[in-house]
Design a protein around this ligand. Structure first.
Ligand code: BGC
Length: 928
């Protein structure tokens, strides 16, 4: 908590400046802002770093900062040095990439913020001891959008608005400091501050102090929304009985036990924790999950949701803003269906294309997966819904998932799967984390003290709560002491409800300290306060179908990957008049993945192709009603487009021979709880493709699969589009890409290995339904360690069918002038990118670090930037490296360390296609 008492004990000059007569002996707590009227010079930073700790302000605000495209902002280095968070809010950017904007530095914990929203906006929720503060930076633009953002996120907190223009916002008042307005504080006081620049001259600095209002709420003080979430949780916890506390620690299966009635008060979905009306604690209603809000078995009649494209599709966009919008759509629809927790935010790494659940995840690279899922989490939570990041950790295969043990060294886990989680937490700040089913080095994930307590809570400072996966708990006190905070649906899925009677006894006997019990409850409560569960409880209302459709379609358009396009077969030329569409139920819809995440009820109804096996768990196999055939007919009304179901290859081949172009749709269903037996397209689809391609050399294949499959027909097929599981607008999105109304810009988030022989574990016994061999109990992930996907391929010198990052466009992009600046842990690359073709399009500039010879990992993705360009347009773009991807994890020092040495930076079209390279010397640096 910030008080002026503290400030008065500072260095004489500062103290004098702050000691105004208005401050009496009992100074009121205040939020303080240091405003720098003009950006300090690089040379001033050293001095500022020395002066800042003494000033001890909550927020530093610097307006009018200019940052050239390849430069590291000295204010960023200052922030690194003093341990403040740094945010640059871009107001404008020129074609050379020079950005002008507002810089915010804060020493307070950031509890929530907007993800990659529209440029020119920033929102941070800070916790200042007892109080919470909402800080907004606005560079101008849409006033109504700003007002609605403030309205949605402020939730009663005192707020500060840093604005570029003269525009005022309703409810805010001028503070006296130029460009700073405030709301919800009682007094505002603005004084000059005698900070000095490097030459000893005064920097134009002012100190604004905003005094918090005294609490108004008396009978239920925790309902005072001006207080910080942790403080509200503390006040509430003090009023709870032991029974009420225990009630928070277990959820019930929200669909009822053994087909029986729903628990009283449950809306109907995965989990339900009753509220405590005596204290105004709302119930916790949780729904699955990562591709939209599920309605298992239509348990909530009348409810439906947007079926979003699968995780790899979103990851293939390489566009965090698309992921954020997808998250916001799912969060909004969850809230409108009365849920305050969405069990979405799935960031397990893809180590093997046969993992049945890859379609829920975001690919093989920790930076890409962490950034995409982090953005999605931010979107979910922007809607007053808690996101549950899962499945922590290393639940990378489904076979015997409740028992199998994953073997992996500490360093390798930190540099692979854990890094994805760590980045997702930093970027998305999920309120909750779900521990996984599997064991890691012999210990169940939900009783893994190293993972949950040491790493997640202590080292990463995760302030939220850990809930178990459904059926993932094997003990009471052991799990609680290891960091599990809430047992999910134990009465149905676990041997017993460990977090009821057994845990009560353990607490009674002192085996689990009361303090740990209180910590479990506080973590849940503070998360519920932070995300508006108390102040903005869900209201059952109709979802906006069109808004959901638009986001789903944008995702499939940006997330489908054009893998091959020989002779420019795509987009379909105007001269193509006779088209035959073959197979994949393309006349009816697009396939989705099975299991708990399946969104079976949409605005367009349920299953377009009922009866495909299996029809029971983890089925049914669902085809979303979104026909690619119909959509293509709408795109190309001038063409004659016929459909052949593909059951008979000869009939299909005959139809193909008579057409200008044949388009074969191939599908691969995959589901939770079971892995795929191999990488082969199921059924006779390979033979079908081969027959069609033999009959018509102009054959296009569109895949809807969990991930990479074998493509034995590739050389006969000139064009190949990977559409993953494309969701409720899949048909429309695929048709727009084939017809060329939309230019493909997806890039692979996984390596497309040629076949199983290229995998770290070519043969895994017991995969798939009804396997012939007994299933394994141990997965040795130390074979590849942190070298997942393209890193493994590079280490082994293997050539994939398509590399990680690969994806084609209907236009061409040229790169030039790669430059790199390095300073400690910060590395910024800049490069010219030009659309040298004749169509608008977007490219993903990918920055890879080639490590020195002899390093365990040969290459890593360190940054990326997706950019849309008009034909002929050229822009200079900036790519910032994520510092941890430059480093290795030192398990003894518990630090990320960059090793000194000569590295090569590669600007690439994929992990194996560098187009520009630069050598850099990195100094030994500990990443902060
Ligand atoms: C899945 C979770 C899911 C939960 C609740 C489990 O089987 O692994 O991802 O959230 O069920 O449905």
């Amino acid at each position: 908590m910030k008080t002026f008492t503290k400030s008065l004990s500072l260095s004489a000059a500062l103290a004098m400046a702050l000691a105004a007569p208005a401050f009496s002996a009992e100074p009121a707590p205040a939020f303080t802002v240091l405003g720098l009227m003009r950006p300090p010079a690089a040379a001033d930073m050293q001095g500022l770093a020395a002066q800042l700790p003494a000033v001890d302000v909550d927020l530093v605000s610097v307006a009018g900062v200019t940052r050239a495209v390849g430069d590291i902002d000295p204010l960023q280095s200052l922030a690194d040095q003093v341990g403040y968070a740094y945010r640059f809010v871009t107001a404008s950017e020129d074609a050379q990439g020079t950005a002008t904007g507002h810089v915010l530095l804060t020493r307070l914990p950031v509890q929530a913020e907007d993800g990659p929203g529209p440029a020119g906006r920033g929102y941070l929720r800070l916790a200042d001891g007892r109080h919470g503060v909402a800080v907004y930076a606005d560079a101008g633009g849409d006033a109504a959008a700003l007002a609605s953002r403030v309205e949605r996120s402020r939730l009663g907190a005192p707020a500060v608005l840093l604005r570029a223009g003269s525009r005022a916002l309703a409810g805010f008042e001028a503070t006296g400091m130029a460009g700073v307005d405030s709301a919800g504080f009682v007094t505002r006081r603005d004084t000059p501050l005698p900070l000095r620049d490097a030459a000893g001259k005064p920097l134009q600095a002012r100190l604004l102090s905003l005094e918090y209002a005294p609490s108004g709420a008396q009978d239920r003080p925790w309902m005072d929304a001006t207080l910080a979430a942790d403080e509200r949780a503390r006040l509430l916890l003090a009023q709870m009985t032991q029974d009420e506390k225990f009630q928070m620690l277990r959820s019930y299966f929200g669909l009822g036990k053994d087909g029986g009635p729903l628990p009283e008060g449950a809306v109907g979905s995965a989990g339900f924790v009753p509220g405590v009306p005596r204290l105004g604690i709302p119930s916790q209603q949780s729904a699955d999950a990562g591709v939209g809000v599920t309605n298992p078995g239509g348990i909530r009649p009348g409810d439906h949701a947007t079926a979003m494209p699968s995780g790899p599709s979103t990851a293939s966009t390489w566009n965090p803003q698309v992921a954020w919008e997808g998250g916001a759509t799912m969060g909004r629809e969850a809230w409108q269906q009365r849920f305050n927790i969405l069990l979405g935010g799935s960031v397990n790494l893809q180590r093997d294309p046969r993992n049945g659940r890859n379609f829920e995840y975001a690919g093989e690279d920790p930076l890409l997966a962490g950034s995409i899922v982090g953005a999605s989490i931010g979107g979910i939570q922007s809607q007053h819904v808690i996101s549950t990041m899962k499945h922590y950790a290393l639940n990378d295969m489904e076979t015997r998932r409740n028992f199998h043990d994953v073997r992996i060294s500490e360093q390798a886990m930190h540099e692979s799967d854990l890094l994805a989680f760590e980045i997702a937490i930093e970027q998305g700040r999920p309120g909750s984390t779900m521990c996984a089913y599997n064991r890691i080095n012999g210990v169940y994930a939900c009783e893994h003290a190293y993972l949950m307590d040491q790493v997640l809570k202590q080292e990463w400072k995760f302030p939220g709560f850990v809930m178990s996966d459904w059926g993932g708990v094997h003990s009471g006190s052991k799990a609680a002491l290891a960091g599990l905070d809430q047992q999910s649906a134990g009465e149905v899925f676990d041997a017993t409800t460990f977090f009821d009677e057994p845990l009560r006894m353990a607490v009674g006997a002192g085996v689990v300290p009361q303090a740990r019990l209180d910590d479990m409850v506080s973590r849940i409560l503070r998360t519920m306060f932070l995300h508006g569960n108390f102040d903005r409880p869900p209201v059952h209302e109709a979802i906006d179908d069109d808004a959901g459709f638009a986001v789903a379609q944008r995702t499939v358009e940006e997330g489908s990957v054009l893998l091959r396009n020989e002779g420019g077969l795509l987009p379909l030329a105007d001269t193509v008049r006779r088209i035959v569409v073959v197979g994949g139920h393309a006349d009816k819809g697009v396939i989705g993945g099975g299991g708990s995440s399946m969104v079976g009820v949409t605005a367009r109804g349920t299953n377009a192709v009922p009866g495909v096996m299996p029809v029971t768990w983890p089925g049914p196999v669902i085809f979303h009603p979104s026909s690619p055939l119909e959509a293509l007919r709408r795109e190309r009304p001038d063409a004659d487009i016929q459909y052949v179901d593909g059951r008979d290859a000869k009939t299909a081949a005959r139809a193909a021979a008579a057409a200008d172009v044949a388009i074969v749709f191939a599908t691969q269903w995959s589901a939770e709880s079971v892995d795929l037996p191999d990488m082969q397209l199921p059924g006779r689809q390979d033979a079908l493709i081969t027959a069609v391609a033999a009959a018509n050399p102009k054959t296009v294949v569109v895949l809807q699969t969990n991930g990479p499959v074998r493509t034995p027909w590739l050389q006969q097929v000139p064009a190949l589009l990977q559409a993953w599981y494309p969701g409720i607008r899949g048909g429309e999105g695929i048709a727009a890409l084939l017809a060329g109304r939309v230019n493909p810009s997806g890039r692979l988030p996984v390596t497309w290995v040629a076949d199983e022989s290229q995998l770290p574990r070519p043969h895994v016994p017991g995969l798939g339904f009804q396997p012939k061999e007994a299933a394994v109990d141990t997965f040795d992930f130390d074979i590849e360690g942190a070298n997942v996907g393209y890193k493994w391929m590079a280490a082994k010198g293997l050539t994939p069918t398509f590399a990680f990052g690969h994806g084609l466009s209907y236009t061409r992009f040229a790169y030039d002038n790669l430059q790199v600046s390095v300073e400690g842990q910060r590395l910024v690359a800049s490069v010219d990118i030009r659309n040298s073709g004749d169509r608008p399009g977007a490219d993903v500039a990918q920055l890879y670090l080639k490590l020195p010879e002899g390093s365990t990992t040969p290459i890593r993705l360190v940054g990326f930037n997706k950019v849309a360009l008009q034909p002929g347009e050229q822009r200079r773009i900036r790519i910032e490296a994520e510092p941890k991807t430059l480093a290795s994890f030192d398990t003894t020092a518990r630090q990320w360390k960059i090793a000194a040495g000569r590295y090569q930076l590669q600007l690439g079209r994929s992990a194996s296609e560098p187009v520009q390279t630069v050598d850099v010397q990195l100094a030994e640096t500990v990443v902060r």
